[in-house]
Design a protein around this ligand. Structure first.
Ligand code: GLC
Ligand code: CA
Length: 485
């Protein structure tokens, strides 16, 4: 471990692992903890110092782990608690820290908390949101934000999928229960958490209707509900008070890495969250770089470089003003690959050049940097050519709408390849000369994209001019040159 634990995370390079597709240790086709542990030397060689694992808990996988059925153990397909302890030991031995994803806004509808809460007379009924009459909110993943429950004979609130009922953060028992989860993992030795969907925990008091969006012209008929209701649940006043109460019970200190997923929280309001010495989180993962894609006059994708630097500078300044540094990322498990979103990923030379340029634009910034598995290979989005590659339920509403608009299967799959989350969740290509790219010795749970094979880890490791080596060089330079930081 590093000599002093104090604020060790200020310049951390965090590598995001979507475990199901990283490395399969036992040949069942699903990436797992032993598979990751076996690859730690590759990550150590790359130079990353922290791993963020997206959820590893038992889950019915309506949203691949983000619907948690049991917070206090490991999903059987990922391994055992002993496998987790082994990962932690082996990572720490290499000076690599490990943070977990804590899904605190909602549970699975199959979590015992939800099952116990369902009867109207249950003492824990108020752990979730129930209504006889739902309001008019739309869910973030499409459709109404309320689902009927047969036992309760009531509707319950779900901002994401119906399988992800929202916990009622106004209830102190909920905050205490989640704090106990955090303590459990801190006691096991984890180095912090990424807080999923942090900015939607607090809902506007009384859950008021959102109302129809403004019409382009009075002549146009108002659409039917449900309506987008972001202003009723995103970054609401009082969110920090609820979260601070959870934190106080969680055992977390300022010397753990805590990353808050922070859709909708502007830099001007970030100070209170991140200020030294007593901020609520180490850094916020804002969404502002999600919207800087644009097109060249010839139609090719590119980025608006002026907006890119404006956003980065604004977050850097707001962090500096309160004695800390920001967090910056270009990719994660929810976003298209940068070379696909922002460059011509069909031309190998252009793609490689773009991947290197984006790497420099990212890693030469001060503060916490997050990478997503495969970014260091310059992977483009996987091409989805068959429905067996489509798993993400968050796409279902869009697919239905495209169908209704008369799109062909090919058109829908092409659009999902460009924008869908399945396109960034295919198996990691380790070695072009091994079956299934060396990801598994069995049959992968979803196919690896053959276009990823020429970009496999081993082949890039053997090529000093590769994107992989460039990432390694940049990470090493960050360490060597304090001025960069
Ligand atoms: C976050 C996660 C995303 C998940 C959603 C619901 O945005 O990053 O993958 O689907 O929360 O938990
Ligand atoms: Ca496995």
């Amino acid at each position: 471990m590093h000599a002093s634990p104090t604020r060790w995370w200020r310049e951390a390079v965090v590598y995001t692992v979507w475990l199901r597709s990283f490395a399969d240790g036992n040949g069942d086709g699903i990436g797992d903890l032993p598979g990751l542990t076996a690859r730690l030397d590759a990550l150590s060689w790359l130079g990353v110092d922290t791993l963020w694992l997206t959820p590893i808990h038992p889950s019915p996988n309506a949203d691949f782990g983000y619907d948690v059925r049991d917070y206090l153990t490991v999903a059987p397909e990922f391994g055992t608690l002993a496998d987790f302890d082994a990962l932690l030991t082996e990572a720490h031995r290499r000076g690599i820290r490990v943070v977990l994803d804590l899904v605190i806004n909602h549970t699975s509808c199959h979590h015992p908390w939800f099952e116990a809460a369902a009867p109207r007379t249950s003492p824990s009924h108020d752990w979730y949101y129930w209504r006889d009459q739902p309001n008019d909110w739309a869910a973030i993943f499409g459709g109404p934000a309320w689902a009927w429950h047969e036992t309760a004979k009531q509707y319950y609130l779900h901002l994401f999928l119906p399988e992800q009922p929202d916990l009622n953060w106004e209830n102190p028992a909920v905050r205490a229960a989640l704090a106990e989860v955090a303590r459990f993992w801190l006691d096991r030795g984890v180095d912090g958490f990424r807080f999923d969907a942090l900015t939607v925990l607090k809902k506007a008091p009384g859950l008021p209707d959102a109302g129809p969006p403004a019409q382009p012209s009075p002549a146009t008929a108002a659409p039917a509900p449900p309506y987008p209701a972001w202003d009723r649940f995103l970054a609401q006043p009082g969110l920090d008070v609820l979260f601070a109460d959870f934190l106080a019970q969680s055992g977390l200190t300022r010397d753990h890495l805590t990353l808050g997923e922070a859709n909708g929280l502007p830099a001007e309001r970030a100070d209170a969250w991140i200020a030294e010495p007593n901020g609520l989180v180490s850094a916020l993962l804002h969404f502002e770089l999600w919207h800087i894609a644009t097109r060249r006059p010839n139609g090719a994708p590119t980025i608006d470089t002026r907006r890119f630097s404006e956003v980065c500078v604004r977050w850097w300044q707001s962090a500096r003003a309160v004695g800390t540094l920001p967090a910056t990322y270009l990719e994660n498990h929810d976003l298209p690959r940068v070379v696909t979103a922002w460059a011509d990923d069909g031309d190998p030379v252009a793609r490689r050049r773009a991947a290197k340029a984006f790497a420099a634009a990212l890693l030469l910034q001060a503060g916490i940097i997050l990478l997503y598995q495969g970014q260091e290979l310059g992977l483009p989005n996987a091409r989805l050519t068959s429905w067996v590659q489509v798993h993400d339920r968050a796409s279902a509403a869009s697919i239905a709408a495209w169908r209704a608009a008369g799109w062909s299967d090919e058109q829908i799959l092409a659009e999902l390849s460009r924008t869908g989350r399945d396109a960034v969740r295919t198996p990691y290509p380790w070695n072009a000369h091994l079956p299934h790219g060396g990801f598994t010795r069995g049959t992968p749970w979803t196919p690896l994209d053959p276009n990823h094979l020429p970009l496999a880890w081993q082949q890039q490791y053997d090529d000093p001019e590769s994107v992989l080596h460039w990432y390694r060089t940049l990470i090493a330079r960050r360490r060597q040159r304090a001025a960069l930081l």
